[in-house]
Write a protein that binds this ligand. Structure first.
Ligand code: NAD
Ligand code: DAU
Length: 358
C-alpha cells in the first residue's frame, strides 16, 4: 500500500485531488493530509471522506520543521504531493511576507524532511519515492503576442510577489534535483476552476456575487486572458506525473482554453440564466448590469497560455472537460452547496472583500 503525504489538502485543488485519488484507488492507497488550515483551508471540503481508515488529517504548518519531521519519522511516506501555499495574487500584492514564508521556506522544510527520510547512506534515494511540487504557469510571466505559449523551456519571469515566491520554490526543488539527484517532478499548471474554490478567485466570486445581485468587479479593461482548466483534469495530470513522469522533469499542464476575463463573466451570467428555474427569484438578479469595471490589479499579467505538448506526448494526458461542461458542473456544485458558500463568506471574508473592493 502506497502512502501519500498531501500538503494543503484542505484547500481547493488539494481537496479535489484527495477525492480523485480515493475514488480511483480506494483502499490501495493511504493519504495523510497535512494542512495549517489558514483562511483557505476548510475541513468541510473533506467531510465525506474523513471517516475512512486510509485517510488521516494532521493540522500542521509546513514551516514547522519538527511537526513535518515527525510525520516522516512516524510514517513510511512514498509520495509527497506538495500543494500547500499562499495562492492568491491580490493578497500577495497587499501582504507579500507570508507568501515568502509559506511558499519558499515551507517548500524548503518539506524538501529537507523528505530528503532526510528518503536518503540512503551512499547518498542515493530509496526506490519508488517521489516529491511532486505543484506549481503555476505564472512563473513564466506574461504573454502578449497571440499564438505564443509557455513551454517547459520558457525562461522564468515572475511579476507578482505570489509568482516570485512560487518561482523561488520551483528553483529550490530544481536545486535539490540537480545537487542531490533528489527524486522529484515539478508541474506548472494554468488557472483551475471547479468545486470547493474559495470565492476570492474570479470564477467562484462572480458566481457568488451574481446569485446575490452584487456587483461583478472586472479589473482594468477585462481583456486579460487566462487558460482555464477543470480541477479534476489537473488532479488526473498530477496522478499521471506521479505514476509515469520521468524523474527530474517538469511538465506544463493547461486547458487549451484561453478566455478573456470579461468573456468568463458573460459565460457565467448566461449559464446561470439557463440553469436557474423561472420561479427562482435569483434569476431576475443575474444580469449584465452587474458588471462593473474597477481599478486594475497592480502589475496585472496580460495573458497566460500553456502548451501542454510534453505531458501529452510523454504521458498521454490531455484536458478532458470542455469549459461549457466544466462551468455547468461548477455552478451546479455551488447550487447544491449553498451552506458551504455561506460558511466561507462569513467573518473574515467580509473584511477582506470590503478592503479589497472598496
Ligand atoms: P488554496 O489557497 O485553495 O489552498 C491552499 C491550502 O494550503 C489551504 O488548505 C491552506 O490552509 C494550506 N496552507 C497554506 N499555508 C500553509 C502552511 N504554511 N502550512 C500548511 N498548509 C498551508 O490553493 P489552491 O488554489 O488549491 O492551490 C494549491 C496549489 O496549486 C498551490 O501551490 C498553487 O500555487 C498551485 N496552483 C494553483 C492554481 C489555481 O488555479 N488555483 C493553478 C496552478 C497551480
Ligand atoms: O495561472 C495559475 C494561477 O491562477 C494560480 O497560480 C493562482 O494560484 C490562482 O489564483 C490563479 O491566479 P489568477 O490571478 O490568474 O486568478 P484570479 O482568479 O485571481 O484572477 C483571474 C483573472 O481575473 C485575473 O486576470 C484577474 C481577474 N480578476 C480577478 C478577480 C478576483 C478580476 O477581473 N476581478 C476579480 O475580482
Amino acid at each position: 500500500m502506497k502512502t501519500y503525504l498531501v500538503t494543503g489538502g484542505a484547500g481547493f485543488i488539494g481537496s479535489n485531488f484527495i477525492h480523485y485519488m480515493l475514488e480511483k484507488y480506494g483502499k490501495e492507497i493511504r493519504i495523510i493530509n497535512v494542512d495549517a488550515l489558514t483562511y483557505a483551508g476548510n475541513l468541510e471540503n473533506l467531510k465525506d471522506i474523513e471517516h475512512l481508515d486510509n485517510y488521516t488529517f494532521v493540522k500542521a504548518d509546513i514551516t514547522d520543521k519538527e511537526a513535518i519531521n515527525k510525520i516522516f519519522t512516524e510514517n513510511d511516506i512514498d509520495k509527497v504531493v506538495h500543494f500547500a501555499a499562499e495562492s492568491h495574487v491580490d493578497r500577495s500584492i497587499r501582504n507579500p511576507e507570508v507568501f515568502v514564508k509559506t511558499n519558499v521556506l515551507g517548500t524548503a522544510v518539506m524538501l529537507n524532511c523528505a530528503k532526510a527520510a528518503w536518503e540512503l547512506e551512499d547518498g542515493s534515494f530509496k526506490e519508488g519515492k517521489k516529491f511532486l511540487h505543484v506549481s503555476t504557469d505564472e512563473v513564466y510571466g506574461s504573454l502578449s503576442e497571440p499564438g505564443t505559449y509557455f513551454y517547459e523551456t520558457t525562461p522564468y519571469d515572475p511579476h507578482s510577489p505570489y509568482s516570485a515566491s512560487k518561482a523561488s520554490s520551483d528553483m529550490l526543488v530544481k536545486s535539490y534535483m540537480d545537487t542531490y539527484k533528489f527524486p522529484a517532478n515539478i508541474t506548472n499548471c494554468s488557472n483551475n476552476y471547479g468545486p470547493y474554490q474559495f470565492p476570492e478567485k474570479l470564477i467562484p466570486l462572480i458566481i457568488n456575487n451574481a446569485l446575490s445581485g452584487k456587483k461583478l468587479p472586472v479589473y482594468g479593461d477585462g481583456k486579460n486572458v487566462r487558460d482555464w482548466l477543470y480541477v479534476m483534469d489537473h488532479a488526473k495530470a498530477i496522478d499521471m506525473v506521479i505514476e509515469k513522469g520521468k524523474l527530474f522533469e517538469t511538465y506544463n499542464v493547461g486547458g487549451h482554453n484561453e478566455k478573456e476575463n470579461i468573456e468568463i463573466v458573460e459565460i457565467i451570467l448566461e449559464t446561470l440564466q439557463e440553469m436557474l428555474s423561472d420561479d427562482d427569484p435569483r434569476k431576475a438578479l443575474v444580469t449584465k448590469d452587474l458588471i462593473t469595471f474597477v481599478e486594475d490589479r497592480k502589475g496585472h499579467d496580460r495573458r497566460y497560455a500553456i502548451a501542454p505538448d510534453k505531458i501529452k506526448a510523454d504521458l498521454g494526458w490531455e484536458p478532458e472537460t470542455m469549459f461549457k461542461d466544466g462551468i455547468r458542473l461548477t455552478i451546479q456544485w455551488f447550487f447544491e452547496n449553498e451552506e458551504w458558500m455561506k460558511n466561507v463568506t462569513s467573518g473574515d471574508y467580509q473584511k477582506y472583500y470590503n478592503e479589497m473592493y472598496q
